[in-house]
Design a protein around this ligand. Structure first.
Ligand code: SAJ
Length: 431
């Protein structure tokens, strides 16, 4: 039976390679639509959890996981042999940056290498992992061709950027339009057919490079706009203006403006990384991506700027940074999440420690973290902790924190996220 027939009658076997915050929700969506899904995962702890029917992904309930496992519709494995049984394989592995800000393609090369070793006629391979423009056809297609099969005839290849926003109560995989670009028209058609079974709207584009670039534009758009307001925060401070007032008033414009907000930097695994993927590729093409790089530089400079502002505020209270007790409020990279990977709060804490400050933190979502080789435990937000600090620095404005109480009990508050909005006090210094 043809692949498209199997997809349409949902007898197609779907393999998801990489069961993280992208792969797991995707696997569950295909299960919901009647497909039999095999998840491939190398992390032993994740496999152990899945073996116990326990979900480690906040947007996937253990109940639903167990439901599809019991129904024989979802199976997780650490072995790649079953890849040859899949009609479609969706690659959802991490694509981090190296310390040199260059793409680290080791994970995705390893993953596609496993697929190539088991590639067979009739398979559709879709790359969902964010990567630089051209990676699918320049880097990954040659690996797949080592199986001796012809792309577009024996197997099909596409790129479809993941648009998963962890914890987003409104937008999930099914209702977020899915961009799809094939390495040839037949591959595009196959991938459109597949995703049309699980996503309300599929957006086909002309190539894998187009699809790769769509994703990078989406997130570079965010990064450059965040950089703009980060620079505006510095400009407003320089001019004695309140950047938060300026942005809120600009946001009253019902057209032609979209508010972004400054902060102590940007975190997460998308926004800091994606512009760097684009810049890196452009430089290999002898194109100088000045604007994109400047945005990254501004964003990456915000932790240092935040520390300068904290030092300035302490200085006014005749306290040197060295020896001052700084209580950091909010370590996660954005509100409401426990994820503190790449969080700017880590950079701020590292810089403060390097300056000799005594740093502690409170984050209701992050029990402990490591900074400059030290393990810090979350301190309870007690009256004593607030009163003892020379400065409380709000770096992530988590919900359900009583910022009025924070201001009342603190000697000095540096508010990098306008969390204390509307609380008028000479103790509050805002970014
Ligand atoms: N940030 C600011 N100011 C802003 C917005 C964000 O400083 O105005 C900071 C955040 O604090 C965070 C970082 O930027 O540290 C990234 O924030 P984000 O809201 O972009 O959240 P992410 O990293 O979870 O981005 C993801 C992206 N999703 C995908 O790549 C699939 C992004 O495209 C989404 O738009 C974003 O979620 C979202 O809207 O939540």
């Amino acid at each position: 039976m043809e692949l498209s027939d199997k997809i349409r009658n949902r007898s197609a076997r779907v393999g998801v390679l990489g069961l993280g915050y992208v792969g797991m929700p995707l696997a569950m969506d295909f299960c919901r639509k009647g497909f039999r899904v095999t998840g491939f995962e190398v992390d032993r702890r994740r496999l152990a959890d899945l073996g116990r029917g326990k979900s480690y992904i906040r947007d996937v309930s253990s109940e639903e996981l167990r439901k599809w496992q019991s129904a024989g519709r979802f199976l997780a494995t650490g072995r790649f042999a079953a890849l040859s049984q899949q009609d479609a394989v969706l690659v959802c592995v991490q694509t981090p940056l190296r310390k040199t800000k260059e793409p680290d393609v080791s994970n995705i090369l390893a993953a596609v290498g496993e697929v190539a070793r088991r590639l067979r006629r009739g398979q559709l391979i879709v790359i969902e992992s964010t990567t630089y423009p051209g990676a699918t056809e320049e880097l990954l297609l040659p690996v797949l061709r080592q199986a001796g099969l012809r792309m577009g005839k024996d197997f099909f290849l596409a790129f479809s950027p993941e648009r998963v926003d962890p914890g987003n109560p409104t937008w999930g995989i099914a209702n977020t339009p899915k961009v799809v670009g094939g390495a040839d028209p037949v591959s595009t058609a196959c991938a459109v057919e597949l995703y049309s079974q699980v996503v309300d709207r599929v957006v086909p584009v002309s190539s894998t490079r187009a699809a790769e670039t769509v994703k990078l534009l989406e997130n570079t758009f965010r990064a450059v706009n965040i950089a703009l307001v980060n620079e505006m925060a510095q400009v407003c401070h320089h001019m004695g203006l309140d950047v938060w007032e300026i942005i809120d008033a600009a946001a009253s414009k019902p057209f032609g403006f979209m508010p972004f907000y400054p902060g102590p930097g940007i975190g997460g695994h998308c926004i800091p990384k994606d512009p760097r993927l684009l810049s890196w590729k452009l430089k290999t093409l002898n194109f100088d991506p000045r604007f994109i790089q400047l945005a990254s530089t501004i964003n990456e400079g915000m932790p240092e700027y935040a520390v300068e502002r904290i030092a300035e505020a302490l200085n006014r209270a005749r306290k040197p940074l060295r020896g001052s007790r700084i209580l950091i409020l909010g370590a996660a990279y954005k509100p409401g999440l426990e994820d503190y990977r790449e969080s700017p709060a880590l950079d701020v804490m590292s810089l403060l420690l390097r300056s000799g400050a005594k740093v502690s933190y409170h984050d209701p979502f992050v029990r402990s973290l490591e900074v400059r080789g030290r393990r810090l435990l979350c301190v309870p937000l007690t009256d004593r902790a607030l009163k003892a600090a020379d400065c409380a620095a709000i770096l992530t404005a988590h919900p359900r924190v009583d910022y009025r109480r924070v201001v009342r009990l603190s000697r000095l508050v540096f508010d990098a996220r306008n969390a204390a909005k509307g609380i008028r006090s000479p103790k509050v210094i805002r970014l």
